[in-house]
Design a protein around this ligand. Structure first.
Ligand code: FES
Length: 366
């Protein structure tokens, strides 16, 4: 342990920890934007600037290691004004069409500006070049909103191991996106949506099908049914302010019925079908391998309900494809069963039956 002082409070910090880590442990707030928990700091945004006694310049708290005896001032006038200026500069480039933005209610840049009392965009002038990429079923990218914090780059390369997004160009002309400033459908993006989950603004978001669902619900000629993934019951509760993990299954089903869905199903049912199908497939492969001595039986067998995982295997490990189960995911199995068995059971033509999935994953749209 080493001893440092932050805002005149003595703090014991682990050797090698950063100012930000020490401050968070002591319950002292330092604003951040590009920083992602458990990832190497990139120090791109400078929103976390603090004053350190004896240092020539202000330092980024997320990437500056603590040293014994260090004296840090988070809220000195110099640090506060610098952070404010950083946010003002970010706002000057950002397409702040907040009322119409997907992230309207939970934009981190908007919250920072409001916390700092910024009410006008101080610096006018040129904004980032607009380019909207709607080429993929799961994700929409909007470069005019990108603040180049690189969180998406970090999660895509360091966590997912994909590397579909990266910074290109220099200075003001820097663009974050797929290679050669192309579209996402031209690269090996697996549509996992982690970039959208970590984007602090609305630069990458889920491709919404909400209008199409309302259109189907409004059409009296259609029977519209919905399947909900298990995670949804808890995720919805959290959105409505319940403690994380609270299940709101009953409320969710009632809400879906009140919206006009003709029937509400749980994807769990199709997960049981998946297990039976996959179990049968595994037994067949085992018999081929052990009884028939067939070297092409491809064992071990891998399965995943995640289309993102399957995309990843297809793009990056094609040599293992023989080992993947041929079964559809529960979501896809449900769609197939609904359009055949269920449609027949309720006397509806498959083309007049609309199946909506509420899922926790953008790759399901793919
Ligand atoms: Fe430290 Fe961005 S959060 S530089």
């Amino acid at each position: 342990m080493i001893q440092i002082r932050i805002n005149d409070t003595p703090i014991g910090a682990l050797e090698g920890s950063t100012i930000l880590q020490a401050a968070r442990q002591a319950g002292i707030h330092i604003p951040t934007l590009c920083f992602l928990e458990k990832r190497d700091p990139v120090g791109a945004c400078r929103v976390c600037l603090v004053e350190v006694e004896g240092a020539r310049t202000l330092l980024a708290a997320c990437s500056t290691p603590c040293t014994d005896g260090m004296v840090v001032r988070v809220n000195s006038r110099r640090a506060r004004l610098a952070r404010r200026q950083v946010v003002e500069l970010l706002l000057s480039e950002h397409d702040g069409n907040c009322q119409l933005c997907e992230r309207n209610e939970d934009c981190e840049l908007r919250k920072l500006a409001s916390d700092m009392g910024i009410q006008t965009v101080t610096y006018g002038g040129t904004r980032a070049a607009a380019k909207r990429d709607e080429s993929t079923p799961g994700l929409v990218r909007d470069n005019a909103k990108c603040i180049k914090c690189r969180r998406c780059v970090t999660v895509c390369s360091q966590v997912q191991g994909v590397g579909a997004l990266f910074p290109q160009g220099r200075g003001f002309a820097t663009v974050i996106g797929p290679a050669f400033a192309g579209d996402l459908d031209g690269v090996t993006c697996v549509q996992c949506g982690q970039c959208a989950a970590v984007c602090p603004v609305g630069a990458i978001s889920e491709h919404s099908q909400t209008d199409a669902v309302w259109q189907a619900l409004d059409d009296p000629a259609k029977t519209v049914i919905v399947q909900t993934a298990p995670a949804i019951r808890a995720a919805l509760g959290e959105e409505f302010g319940y403690p994380p993990g609270t299940r709101v299954t009953g409320k969710m089903v009632t809400a879906l019925r009140q919206m006009g869905f003709d029937a509400v199903f749980d994807t769990n049912f199709a997960a049981d079908l998946t297990i039976l199908e996959e179990g049968t497939e595994l037994l067949t492969r085992l018999k081929r391998a052990l009884v028939d001595k067939d070297p092409a039986a491809a064992l071990p067998m891998f399965t995943s309900c995640s289309p993102g995982w399957i995309n990843f295997a297809e793009y990056y490990y094609p040599n293992f494809l023989d080992h993947l189960s041929t079964c559809k995911s529960p979501q896809q199995m449900f769609g197939a069963v609904a359009k055949t068995y269920y449609a027949q059971k309720i006397g509806q033509k498959p083309e007049d039956l609309v199946v909506v999935s509420v899922m926790p994953c953008t790759a399901k749209k793919f």
